[in-house]
Write a protein that binds this ligand. Structure first.
Ligand code: ZN
Ligand code: ZN
Length: 188
């Protein structure tokens, strides 16, 4: 990974995210490292790539910008595990790599933000991350493309797309009705 490429990606991420912080440096480097492993290029649309991020923090914005994958394109998936990790999957070759943060245990609360950014920027990727090959458990409906399926939830009457429903007694029900939803109505 050369420094010019890193600075270029970091600038793109800063523009999107609004600042540079430790998470942004980590997410930028992690994604560049993963693309290199999968022999994919920077600054391309990367339609051949799916990314599964396991945390909803700063690093995820960097992963989105550097990979070019987004939720709207169905190429970026949030697996809300709260772990600093992401899996990069190359569709055409069926290769999956899960990248984890090896530095998190080294981080000292006394380290200033500036020192952290500097240290992470200057540490080789091999020391910051571990990469392990993974086989993904994917369904056809996880891939980009046209609507895969569409049902109407019999409880709320709302449409559920792309097989995202849960089957109860042979009937497809939306996740909000089948499980505890994140909201409740206040007007009834
Ligand atoms: Zn941040
Ligand atoms: Zn429902």
């Amino acid at each position: 990974m050369n420094d010019k490429d890193f600075q270029e990606q970091l600038a793109k991420v800063e523009k999107f995210h609004g600042h540079v912080c430790g998470g942004i440096v980590m997410g930028t480097k992690m994604t560049m490292y993963a693309l290199e492993h999968l022999e994919m290029k920077l600054n391309e649309k990367n339609k051949d790539l799916l990314v599964f991020v396991e945390i909803d923090r700063c690093a995820s914005d960097a992963i989105q910008v550097v990979s070019g994958c987004t939720i709207g394109k169905r190429t970026l998936k949030l697996m809300d595990y709260g772990r600093f990790a992401a899996t990069f999957y190359k569709i055409s070759t069926d290769e999956g790599i899960r990248v984890t943060d090896d530095d998190i245990q080294n981080q000292d609360e006394k380290e200033t933000k500036e020192d952290l950014i500097k240290r992470l920027s200057n540490t080789p990727n091999e020391k910051l991350f571990s990469i392990r090959k993974v086989k993904l458990r994917l369904k056809k409906s996880d891939f980009p493309g046209k609507d895969f399926s569409k049902i109407v939830c019999p409880v709320c009457n709302e449409i559920v797309k792309d097989d995202k429903y849960i089957v109860r007694n042979g009937v497809g029900i939306c996740k909000a009705c089948a499980e505890e939803s994140y909201y409740e109505y206040v007007d009834q």
